[in-house]
Design a protein around this ligand. Structure first.
Ligand SMILES: [Zn+2]
Ligand SMILES: [Zn+2]
Length: 80
């Protein structure tokens, strides 16, 4: 079996943009701040979660980490 590089899910705490990458995404291009402030929230997977606070939707293996919701709050994930 060949090994696939794990994809990580990143969410910007300033603009709520989500990117799925093997490494931290580029910090340029944030709509709400000078730079994106990427938070690693989990490993890409088949479970779908939505945050009650910022409305962001992600696909991860397990419940995503809570750090980095808008306004310095914690994400509040619900499985969908
Ligand atoms: Zn951003
Ligand atoms: Zn959130």
């Amino acid at each position: 079996m060949y090994k696939v590089k794990n994809l990580s899910v990143y969410c910007c705490s300033a603009c709520s943009e989500v990117q799925v990458k093997t490494t931290t995404p580029k910090i340029r291009g944030c709509k709400r701040a000078s730079f994106h402030n990427w938070m690693l929230i989990g490993e890409k997977g088949l479970n779908k979660y939505v945050c009650d606070g910022c409305g962001v939707k992600v696909n991860t293996m397990e419940v995503p980490l809570q750090n980095g919701c808008l306004g310095g709050k914690n994400h509040n994930w619900t499985k969908v």
